[in-house]
Write a protein that binds this ligand. Structure first.
Ligand code: NAD
Length: 492
C-alpha cells in the first residue's frame, strides 16, 4: 500500500500547471499519516487565470457553438472515462478521505452515472411558448448562465465534483472547480479524463487550494456569473456574502442535523440497520447523516441495546483493509473536533453507551480513528443534539408521541434530510408532510438517486442539485416577444 507520493498539477486553460506562487501541499492518508501526493497550492492569481480562461471559452470559444447533442455525447465519454479509471479513482478516495474501499467504489460508479444522467439531459433542455395578449407571439429559451465557480468539500470528492460539473456542462456553461484542499486527487485525475474525452480547453478549469485565498477569490470574482458551493453552513454564509459583489447566482448545499425517527410499529431489525447505517456510513461524515435518532419510548431501551450489539460488526480500520466498515475521519484536526463533541455530550449528562474514544489497536495509532459512538438519553437542547458533528457520533433522543417526534425533528436551524420508520404508511406520510426538510426517506436511510433533487430547507442551503431540478441551477431564462402586427403602435 505504501506508495511514492505522486506530484500533481492543476488544469487551467487545458494546460497542466503548478501554482503561480510555486507553493505545494502534501496530501496525507488519514489512515496512517503517510504523504500520498503533492498538489499545487493555488491562490488568487491562479483563480484569476482560470476564470480568464473560462470567460474566454464561454464568450469566444467553440463551446458556444457545440450542439446539445455533442455536449451530451461528451458527457457520456466522461462517464466512460471515469469507469475505465474506477479502480484508481476509488483507491485515491480511500487514500485521501479515508472511507472504506467498497463505499469509494460505490461513489465512483455513481459519479459516472451522474455524467451519464446529465449527458442524456443535454438534449432535453427546452423552452416553451405561452399564450400572451394582443397580436404577439412569445416564447422562452433557456441559455447557459456563463462562468460557474464550483467549490466542493472533502467527504465525497469526485461525486460532489460530478454533481456540479455534469449539469453545468450539459447546460453549456464553463467552469472553475475548486476541490477541497484535503482531497483534491480525484478531481485532478478527472482533469485528464476530461481532456481525453474532448472537453475543449478552458471549458473546465480545476484549481487546487484552500478556502481562504483561493475559494474566497472564486466566490468574489467579478467575472464569475454563478457560484455553486457545497460545504459547511458557516462557510456557505461567507460564500453568499462574497458573491454579493456582482450579485452572482448562488446555490448552496450545506450542513444538516438530520432526524431519523423510529416508531414502535417499525420493522425492528430493518430500523436498527437503518439507524446504524444512517449514522455511521462514511464515518458519519455525511451532510445527510441521521445523527439524531428519535426513538419511540416504547421500544427505546431495546432498540439501543440492539444497536450496541451490532457495533462490533462495524470493523474500524484503514479503508483499503478488506472487511473494514468504517475508516478514519479526514484529518487530525477533525478528529479532535469530534472528540470535543464527545466530551461535551458527557459533560451535559448524555449517557455514552459505546465508543467515544480512539481504538485501542496500536496499528491504528497513526490514523485519525475514532470508534462508532452512541449517546443515549440525549435531550434536544444538548450541543450534541443541535450542532453538526460530521463524525460517527449518534445522539439518541426518546419521544412519547408523534407530535413530539415532529416537534423535536423540526427543532433545528437545519433542514436537509430525515428518515421515518413505521409500518403504518398513513403515519409515515403524515409525519413526512410535517418535516421541514428537502430529503426524506421512509423505511430506509441514505439512498440518493441522480434522478431526484438534492438540497435543503432553512440553513441547509438554497437551490437543488441532481434530477431535473439540478440543471435549472445552471440555466438562464430568456423571453422572446415577436410583434405580429406590422402597423406602428401609434402611442405618441
Ligand atoms: P467547508 O465549508 O470547510 O469547506 C468546503 C469547501 O469550501 C472546501 O473546498 C473549502 O476549501 C472551501 N472554503 C472554505 N472556506 C472558504 C471560503 N471562505 N470561501 C470559499 N470557499 C471556502 O466544509 P468541509 O469541511 O469541506 O465539508 C463538510 C461540510 O460540508 C459539512 O457541513 C457538510 O454537511 C457539508 N456538506 C453538504 C452537502 C450537501 O449536499 N448539503 C454534501 C456534502 C457536504
Amino acid at each position: 500500500m505504501a506508495q511514492q507520493p505522486r506530484n500533481y498539477k492543476m488544469m487551467i486553460g487545458g494546460e497542466f500547471v503548478t501554482a503561480a506562487s510555486g507553493k505545494t501541499r502534501e496530501i496525507r492518508d488519514p489512515g496512517n499519516g503517510h504523504v500520498v501526493a503533492i498538489v499545487p497550492e493555488g491562490g488568487k492569481e491562479d483563480i484569476d487565470a482560470a476564470v480568464g480562461k473560462a470567460r474566454q471559452a464561454f464568450d469566444h470559444g467553440p463551446w458556444k457553438q457545440t450542439s446539445a447533442l455533442d455536449r451530451g455525447k461528451l458527457l457520456f465519454r466522461i462517464a466512460d472515462g471515469i469507469r475505465a479509471n474506477a479502480a484508481k479513482l476509488a483507491e485515491l478516495e480511500v487514500l485521501s478521505c479515508g472511507k472504506p474501499l467498497a463505499e469509494a467504489e460505490y461513489d465512483i460508479a455513481d459519479a459516472a452515472n451522474c455524467f451519464e444522467f446529465y449527458g442524456g439531459m443535454a438534449t432535453k433542455i427546452h423552452g416553451e411558448t405561452m399564450q400572451v395578449p394582443a397580436n404577439s407571439l412569445s416564447f422562452v429559451v433557456r441559455e447557459p448562465i456563463g462562468v460557474c465557480g464550483q467549490i466542493v468539500p472533502w467527504n465525497y470528492p469526485l461525486l460532489m465534483s460530478s454533481w456540479k460539473l455534469a449539469p453545468a456542462l450539459a447546460a453549456g456553461n464553463t467552469c472553475v472547480l475548486k476541490p477541497s484542499e484535503l482531497t483534491p486527487l480525484t478531481a485532478l485525475e478527472l482533469a485528464s479524463i476530461l481532456v481525453e474525452a474532448g472537453v475543449p480547453s478552458g471549458v473546465v478549469n480545476i484549481v487546487t487550494g484552500p478556502g481562504p485565498g483561493c475559494g474566497d477569490a472564486l466566490s468574489a470574482h467579478p467575472q464569475v456569473d454563478k457560484i455553486a458551493f457545497t460545504g459547511g453552513t458557516a462557510t456557505g454564509r461567507h460564500v453568499m456574502n462574497a458573491a454579493a459583489g456582482n450579485l452572482k447566482k448562488v446555490s448552496l448545499e450545506l450542513g444538516g442535523k438530520n432526524p431519523n425517527i423510529v416508531f414502535a410499529d417499525a420493522d425492528f431489525e430493518a430500523a436498527v440497520d437503518g439507524a446504524l447505517f444512517g449514522a455511521f456510513a462514511n464515518q458519519g461524515e455525511v451532510c445527510s447523516a441521521g445523527s439524531r435518532l428519535l426513538v419511540d419510548r416504547k421500544i427505546h431501551k431495546k432498540f439501543v441495546e440492539a444497536m450496541v450489539k451490532k457495533i462490533p460488526n462495524i470493523k474500524v480500520g484503514h479503508g483499503m483493509t478488506p472487511g473494514v466498515k468504517m475508516g478514519p475521519v479526514v484529518s487530525r484536526l477533525h478528529l479532535e473536533k469530534i472528540e470535543g463533541y464527545v466530551a461535551s455530550g458527557i459533560a451535559e449528562g448524555a449517557k455514552l453507551v459505546c465508543g467515544g474514544k480512539r481504538p485501542s489497536d496500536k496499528s491504528l495509532a497513526g490514523g485519525n480513528f475514532i470508534e462508532p459512538t452512541i449517546f443515549d438519553d440525549v435531550t434536544p437542547s444538548m450541543k450534541i443534539a443541535r450542532e453538526e458533528i460530521f463524525g460517527p457520533v449518534l445522539a439518541v433522543i426518546p419521544f412519547d408521541t408523534e407530535e413530539e417526534a415532529i416537534q423535536i425533528a423540526n427543532d433545528t436551524e437545519y433542514g436537509l434530510a430525515a428518515g421515518v420508520w413505521s409500518r403504518d404508511i398513513n403515519r409515515a406520510l403524515r409525519v413526512v408532510r410535517e418535516l421541514r426538510c428537502g430529503i426524506t426517506w421512509i423505511n430506509t436511510y441514505h439512498p440518493t438517486f441522480n434522478e431526484m433533487p438534492w438540497g435543503g430547507y432553512k440553513q441547509s442551503g438554497t437551490g437543488r442539485e441532481l434530477g431535473l431540478y439540478g440543471i435549472e441551477e445552471y440555466l438562464e431564462t430568456k423571453q422572446v416577444n415577436i410583434n405580429l402586427d406590422e402597423a406602428p403602435i401609434a402611442w405618441y
